[in-house]
Ligand binder design. Sequence first.
Ligand code: ADP
Ligand code: MG
Length: 604
Amino acid sequence: PCPSSSPLLSVAAARGSPPQITSFPSLLSSPLAQIAPFLRVEWEPVLKGWLCSVVAVCCLYHAVPRLGRLPAILADIRSPWVLQEGATLVALGFARSAATYLQQAFLWEAATRSVYRLRVHVFDRVLERDLGFFEGKDSLLAGDVAYRMTAEAADVSDALYALLNMAVPDTVQLVVMATQMVAVNPMLSLLAALAVPCILFSIAYLGEILRKISRRASLCSARLSAYLNEVLPMMLAVKANMGETKESLRFQRLAHDNLLQQHKKRKMKALIPQLVQALYIGGLLALCACSIVLSKNSCDSSNFFSFASALALLIEPIKGMGKAYNELKQGEPAIERLFDLTRFNPKVIEKPGAINLDYVSGDIKLCGVTFGYGDDMPNVLEGVNLHVRPGEMVALVGPSGGGKTTLSKLILRLYDPQHGSILVDNHDIRNIKLRCLRKHIVMVSQESMLFSGTVAENIGYRDLTGEINMENVEKAARIANAHEFIAKLAKGYHTNIGQRGSLLSGGQKQRLAIARALYQEASILILDEATSALDSRSELLVRQALERLLANHTVLVIAHRLETVQMADRVIVLDKGKITEISKSSFLRRGGHCDLRLLDKVIV
Ligand code: ADP
Ligand code: MG
């Protein structure tokens, strides 16, 4: 087995006890029942589809006695009623085809629309999840989530379609054909009915095996998808480090696991309908033998042919049900894994009475903030106290891994501290509406925060009105010293910048990110090594622009450059989760190095 990257991905969970035999009523408690609220909205196409299926079965109902008379018709081919009977049969055939087509079209419409709603619901829930879900140690790989939302959601729509087909069209045809058989010959029908439990039992047993195999196959496919999602954007690292062979082997291993599981699944999927058919045909042959014996005294030939036609038409829904059961069993793990994404207890919760602040002056207080990324992980911040006054610019420096980025994430309330509190304008941020807080604080992160789309869309990303103000976009770009290079792009502000801004250089990306931060006025600006990828000339320009702009902003700048730190009113050192303030001049004298052992002497 391939190494699992998260608990949810583990194959161990899928293996285990041998399949338990489920009965058909267990369908009611199937995980598919969870999709009922999404299906309920689509009652119209469902109803239409079912009505069409009733029409199709009516056609069959009228065709069966005529099929019974077929030998007599053929024997008396020249008589006038032959034409009439023949034409009726053909018309019934056409009508049935048309009704069946409409039935399938409507039911597919209902199934795919419900799954569309389900997808939107799941994705909205995914968006609601804490940041920790996406970057923590237990996080699911992006590719796994993507696989669930695409391929597995498609499995759910197949299962749903199968369920809708089984619920009415197949059942109605089964009942009607069985009734006709009973009407023609109750004795033979009883014999035919004996085969049914046998068929149901074997389908149920195999279905359970199929469900387990499907789950394992899904896990393998998801792992493959997660791998591709990770490695494809990393091609620069792969090629530069000659990793092609290594990656090829990793891919082969995952693809081979996938092959084995898919192979098992396909074999089982192929087996179930064939087995049903074989059992059924066996039963049919036995019945034929019986009927030859019985027909001599209890059944005339026309009745016998009606009976045989009904019996032959009975095989259709039974086969359909076998196939549907296949789809259902395959859909069950898919839907479980999709709904898994929606089950979580958020840690960062907006209180019911949370307030909206129309204006924020930019006062930030951290009072005894202690934070670790998990209960079993060491604390990243340890009792941090800090007061940043409105309009002040504070430089946060310190060794990498010291907790600077973490601190800025806490101010944005992407995580809540385990102890202590953070106040903005003297309001505990846990009492402020999340969107309101994040409207007043803007962060330029050290990682690229760009999306595929145009330059203008990226700069105006924070615009909640849905309409980007081009004037503001250009103004922000000019301040961020980005206008010049944007103007040189093929389509200017309407140039597509590629996945994660891959068509731009590191410095250009940073300038776009800064422009986004400046697009809308926010009282608090957090620059997390936001200018680290700029050359010194660009940095100077951005810095000068910021200097002009920052007069009425509170700025927390995480930086290494002496020039940036020089702009700051105060310098704060964050090391091993603890904070110390040092005087600017002593920090600069040391050339930006801050050895904590020496700091004691220079603290102001
Ligand atoms: P800095 O920005 O000062 O370089 P960070 O705040 O990024 O440091 O990281 C501080 C510590 O927290 C590091 O030891 C890092 O490994 C850890 N860390 C950062 N992000 C996460 C995360 N999402 N989950 C677990 N640990 C994390
Ligand atoms: Mg950092």
